[in-house]
Design a protein around this ligand. Structure first.
Ligand code: SF4
Length: 231
């Protein structure tokens, strides 16, 4: 009997990834507003990375962490997701605590930190003004995200950091938002052997306002680790 298609099969389908690669080319201009924003910063800050930020981690990862988009002075400056701003301080310290990273995080892509059984990507690969991509930009970048998902053969868990990452994941996998509402700490069963976990984004704003505490963030990783049997 033929195997029932899984959600990841949907991400692999030509309609979703349409021959896109998992990483966007550095000269991608499919989003004119974001391309113009990068052009501006290439002139203003020529030593910054200022390009679509590639995913970081292992192709054999069982855990994929999905952020919103590069931060202007974080990943857009350094070229590595969550590297160089506050969100990375909490994320990487947590990854180190839960065995998903090895080394020392020094907010620098040359710090030698490596990920274990884990990859980090963004729902939108280019920095948006004020951290706010438009719905059209989120949809335009979706084929790269679909290709990213499709290129992770061992994927068991996706962690969405915030609603946009959550919605990008659901849209990519052709799943209904009404069936999988975003909620911090929620676990959505996507397929046998694949779960989507939700967390509030580990931004400075969310931690400063108490919306997300370190304890709350750690509890999500505790659940993920138990779910996939990571040691
Ligand atoms: S956000 Fe994605 S699709 Fe849009 S320009 Fe950047 S890499 Fe290309």
């Amino acid at each position: 009997m033929p195997r029932r298609p899984t959600s990841i099969d949907v991400a692999r389908s030509p309609a979703e990834s349409r021959g896109f690669t998992p990483e966007a080319p550095c000269d991608c201009r499919r989003c004119p507003r974001l391309a113009a924003f990068l052009d501006h910063h290439r002139k203003a800050e020529p030593v910054w990375f200022n390009a679509p930020v590639p995913s970081f981690g292992r192709d054999d990862a069982r855990l994929l962490i999905v952020g919103l988009a590069p931060g202007l002075k974080g990943a857009n400056r350094t070229g590595r997701p969550f590297t160089g701003d506050y969100a990375g301080e909490l994320l990487y310290s947590t990854l180190l605590s839960y065995g998903f990273a090895q080394g020392t995080y020094r907010a620098d892509p040359a710090d030698g930190l490596t990920l274990v059984d884990c990859m980090i990507t963004n729902a939108v690969r280019c920095v948006p003004p004020e951290n706010k991509p438009t719905p059209e930009e989120i949809a335009t970048c979706r084929p790269y995200f679909a290709a990213r998902l499709a290129a992770l053969p061992n994927l068991r868990a996706i962690l969405a950091l915030g609603r946009i990452a959550h919605d990008q994941t659901l849209s990519t996998l052709s799943l209904k938002k009404s069936a999988h509402p975003f909620a911090h700490g929620a676990r959505h069963s996507i397929d046998p052997g694949l779960s989507l976990f939700d967390s509030f984004h580990c931004s400075r704003y969310n931690t400063n306002t108490g919306r997300l505490t370190e304890t709350m963030f750690h509890s999500v990783f505790h659940a993920i680790r138990a779910s996939i049997g990571h040691t």
